[in-house]
Design a protein around this ligand. Sequence first.
Ligand SMILES: CC(C)(COP(=O)(O)OP(=O)(O)OC[C@H]1O[C@@H](n2cnc3c(N)ncnc32)[C@H](O)[C@@H]1OP(=O)(O)O)[C@@H](O)C(=O)NCCC(=O)NCCS
Length: 178
Amino acid sequence: MNIIIKQEQEEDYKITEKVVKCAFANAEHSDENEHNLVCRLRNSNVFIPEFSLVAMDNDDNRIVGHILLTKIKINNEDQVVESLALAPVSVLPEYQNQGVGKLLITKALKKAKELKFNSIVVLGHPEYYPKFGFKKASIWGIKAPFEVSDEAFMAMELGENTLDKVSGFVEYPSVFFE
Ligand SMILES: CC(C)(COP(=O)(O)OP(=O)(O)OC[C@H]1O[C@@H](n2cnc3c(N)ncnc32)[C@H](O)[C@@H]1OP(=O)(O)O)[C@@H](O)C(=O)NCCC(=O)NCCS
């Protein structure tokens, strides 16, 4: 297996959506609509093309995984802070547990630092994301705008103490809920 991570191009869109749909087909917490979410996010004003990455199996020249980071806000009564949400990340079932997700997440986090974002949040498997540096968002007083278990809602500083003075409710763009 020879995996490379690259920015998704317009000609990849349809294939990527199939990969996302397949990845979530048997996932535990899925509304089976994640591929439509990716499509809506790409068409929205929170879309940053550099943050839509695909994993290519170079041996077969096929897309086997995808990740998307999107702009969000963390709000309290004193301030509005820009941040990112990691959602969704997808790997084809036959490629799972071979490090493809790790490659996608590592590359996306690197990109987020390069583009000078200070933090990132994720709603996901509490056993998976801490290995990348995510911690419970509640440590910083960062809350989801919906009911979710404390362990599953996580955040990560992308620089030293960049969440030090940040707390409040995450505001996802409305396109997440359409
Ligand atoms: C979650 C996902 C992106 C991980 O990608 P991957 O390429 O399989 O992951 P990696 O090979 O990099 O890492 C495998 C590790 O993830 C863990 N893992 C995979 N799926 C998991 C799950 N549903 N819950 C908890 N841990 C999981 C494995 O146990 C393994 O742990 P280890 O490194 O300690 O052995 C992929 O399994 C996937 O697409 N799943 C379906 C869609 C989904 O759930 N997306 C994430 C929404 S939060």
